[in-house]
Design a protein around this ligand. Sequence first.
Ligand code: Q9C
Ligand code: ZN
Length: 339
Amino acid sequence: MRIFHTPDSGRHDPERYLRRGTPIPHPEQAARYAILRDAALQGGHDLAEPADHGLDPIRAVHDPDYVAFLAEAWARRGEIPDIGDEILTGSFARPQMHRRPAGLLGRLGLYTADTSTPIRAGTWAAVYGSAQCAVAAADAALAAGHAYALCRPPGHHAYAESAGGFCFLNNSAIAAERMRVATGGPVAILDIDVHHGNGTQGIFYARADVLTVSVHADPSDYFPFFAGYADETGTGAGAGFNRNLPLPPGSGDAPWLEALEAGLAAVAAHRPRALVVALGLDAAADDPIGALAVTRAGFVGAAERIGRAGLPTALVQEGGYLCAALPDNLAAFLAAFDA
Ligand code: Q9C
Ligand code: ZN
C-alpha cells in the first residue's frame, strides 16, 4: 500500500487541553506521527511524501477566510498582549452571536469549538501537510485502487469554518471532494473513528453527491455531544445522504462490525465511484480516550469488510491515541486491507 506522510506532521505539538474542566496532557501528541509511520514502515508499505497541490483542494471544502486565518494566525500573534507559545481562547461564539470581530482572539472564538486546538509555531505546517497527504492519497487511490494518508493532526471534527476536537482541516472531506471531482461522483465517506465525524457530516449535510456514514460511540454522553444521533439523515438535497450508527459505550467487536456492515450496505446502495475511510483507531479497547472495546481482530474484520466493497479507497488517518495497541492496530488494518 502507498502511504503518504510528511515530517511536518510532527510540528504541531499541543501540550494540554481541558478535559472535563481539568488541564491534562494533550492526547493528540506529535509522537503519534512517528509511531504511525513506523508501524506502516514495518508492514513493508511504500512511504512517500505528497506533492504540494496548494490551497485549492482545501478551499474546495473550507471557508477561504477560515483557511487564511489558520495560515496567518501565528504570524499575527503579536496582536495579543503577553502572548506565550500558543494562541488559544476560552471565549467561543454561540449560534445566536453574529458579529465577526477582526481581532485575533475574536476570530479564534468564531473559528474554534473548544480548547483542544491551540495554534502554535508549527501548527499550520502540520495541518497543511496533512491536507496534502489526503489529496495525494485520493489521487493515488483512483490511480492504483487504494492508498493511506497519515494525517496528523486529524480532521473529522473540523467544519467548513471551524476547528475543534484536535482537528483544523477536514482531511477526509478534502479527499472525498477531490475524488468526487475526479470521478464525477457520487462518493462516500465511512467514518470508523470512535467519535462521530461531526465536521464531515456538517460539510456535506445538504449534499447528495457525498454520502456520509459514521459508526461511533453514542454522543449523548460523549464527544462531540451535539451531533451524531441516528435521526440526523441530511437536509434539503442531502436528505437521505447522511447515516449515523451510534453504539452504546463499551460495545465490542460484534456490535461494532454489525454497525459497520450496515454502514457498508448504505454505501453500496448509493453506488459510489470511490470511498474515503475516516480511519480513527480510537475505538480500540485500550485507547486512553476511547469509549468502545474493539480488538485487533475487530480492526482486521473491518478492513476485510471494507476491502470487499471493491471501491477505489482512500484511507485517511483520524484519531487513535498513544497506547500499546495503536501501532499494532494500524499495521493489522493495513495488512488485512491490502490482502
Ligand atoms: N472538553 C479525534 O479523535 N474531547 N478527536 C473534548 C471537551 C475531544 C477526539 C472534550 C476528543 C476529540 C479526532
Ligand atoms: Zn476520535
